[in-house]
Design a protein around this ligand. Structure first.
Ligand SMILES: NC(=O)c1ccc[n+]([C@@H]2O[C@H](COP(=O)([O-])OP(=O)(O)OC[C@H]3O[C@@H](n4cnc5c(N)ncnc54)[C@H](OP(=O)(O)O)[C@@H]3O)[C@@H](O)[C@H]2O)c1
Length: 315
């Protein structure tokens, strides 16, 4: 069975591609080495290639590259003939204490994006000092005002998400999505109730770091570990431990006409009912990630991947 060309974003009338592109790396010098390993032209061609391949959903945030990712998107959306769906995020910095802070942050995001309104606005983290209710209710007002088409949250646990859903419901606004870390190597949402609650309430689980920051591509090994911050995050011993899983991803990919480990890992996330948003720094990565669409793993293959990844789970 093929994947559909679009899927609804939660219980809204917004349609998105079953896989999006994450833009954290678009302009981020600290974590992703923007400006050294890749440049503005790479980012622009990642966007153009993704759109040409039918990927129309882009995830960004005000904090990515300190506004650079939103500016890149704004520039490219203005030039693109293809309509795209843009998701951005509000960061609850501890000095943001009034509701008006969210409206101001959104206005600045819209300016960088060159948009009058945004398709999906997400609360980046459920962090104090303000309660989740406080920001969720402010978000509901921005939907009512027409500045935001759909309301989303990120990094919310099942209880926080249910509460946000209930609160928005009183305003007649559906909670469209919860964006959380979900990959073969981090299947916590299957165990902590988030995935089940999303299914029950019709909320889209947007899966971030679905390639486990590149590990599931199979290109990183104990002999060739990733550099920078990822080098400390993923030990050589762990890179050795995931080898059998990478082997299985490769084997399954072969049975699907030569799909890569990354494409199989992304298809697995889609088959679980989530919308993965792999980061792509250049055209080649965008093209490759688009190859996760248009086909599906069998139930037996999903079960085999579940079993092989079980002992490799990261906290
Ligand atoms: N809400 C949140 O708190 C949160 C947190 C994290 C991420 N996110 C979102 O999720 C998106 C994706 O997560 P992520 O960037 O952390 O991790 P990811 O998607 O698992 O990995 C992305 C990285 O993997 C490598 N890669 C991607 N596609 C590849 C391909 N086809 N072939 C080879 N290498 C490939 C690239 O890095 P290298 O080439 O350097 O290996 C790329 O930057 C972000 O961009 C962001 O939009 C949200």
């Amino acid at each position: 069975m093929n994947s559909p060309a679009t899927v609804p974003l939660g219980r809204t009338n917004i349609l998105i591609s079953p896989l999006g592109i994450g833009t954290w790396a678009w302009g981020d010098r600290f974590f992703w080495n923007y400006g050294r390993d890749y440049h503005a032209d790479d980012v622009r061609s990642a966007f153009a290639t993704a759109v040409a391949e039918g990927i129309t959903f882009f995830d960004t945030a005000e904090v990515y590259g300190m506004g650079r990712a939103e500016r890149f998107l704004g520039e490219m959306v203005a030039q693109s003939e293809q309509p795209v769906v843009i998701a951005t995020k509000f960061f609850p910095f501890p000095w943001r204490l009034r509701r008006a802070a969210m409206r101001r942050a959104l206005k600045l995001s819209l300016k960088r994006l060159g948009l009058e309104s945004v398709d999906l606005y997400q609360i980046h983290f459920p962090w104090p000092p303000r309660s989740t209710d406080f920001w969720v209710s402010a978000l509901g007002e921005l939907v009512a005002e027409g500045l935001v088409r759909a309301a989303g949250v990120s990094n919310y646990n099942a209880e926080q998400m249910r509460r946000a859903h209930a609160l928005l419901q009183t305003k007649g606004v559906p909670l469209a999505s919860n964006q959380v870390h979900y990959s073969l190597l981090h299947r916590a949402p299957e165990r902590n109730g988030v995935l089940n609650a999303c299914r029950e309430l019709g909320i889209t689980l947007i899966a971030y770091s679905p390639l486990e920051m590149g590990l599931l591509t199979g290109k990183y090994t104990p002999e060739n570990p990733p550099g920078g911050v990822r080098n400390r995050r993923y030990s050589r011993a762990y890179l050795a431990r995931i080898r059998p899983l990478i082997g299985l991803l490769r084997e399954i990919g072969q049975a699907h006409g030569g799909k890569t480990p990354a494409q199989v890992a992304l298809n697995w996330a889609i088959c679980k009912g989530t919308v993965p948003i792999p980061g792509a720094k250049n055209a080649r990565q965008a093209q490759s990630n688009a190859g996760a669409l248009g086909w599906r793993l069998s139930d037996d293959e999903i079960a085999a991947l579940d079993a092989a990844s079980e002992p490799l789970q990261r906290p």
